[in-house]
Design a protein. Sequence first.
Length: 120
Amino acid sequence: MSLKTLVIGASINPSRYSNKAVKKLLENKVEVKALGIKKGTILDVDIVTTKEAFENIHTVTLYLNAKNQEEYYNYIVSLKPKRVIFNPGTENIAFEKILANNAIKFEQACTLVLLSIGAY
């Protein structure tokens, strides 16, 4: 099973957790797509700035606060991911309800921790 992951809130800044997550996902042999507000590249992953119609996304991992997630609600639901991870600081009860209504699983967790303990 492919765990193809879309990182939303991706940054070229190596001190940002979204950047660390992209690198850790690649290290764990997970196919990664990245969406951010500025174009750039993390290792060999290009950060896109438009809501592309990626196919077969298993997991969306969020690095945007609740307010900044609003413009992505319909986009994320349209991708039909198997799950959405709300990383620390991204918790959003309103979006969780939307996901639940669309039969999309979600969890409040840390992508980096899940990868480090083999629970991704």
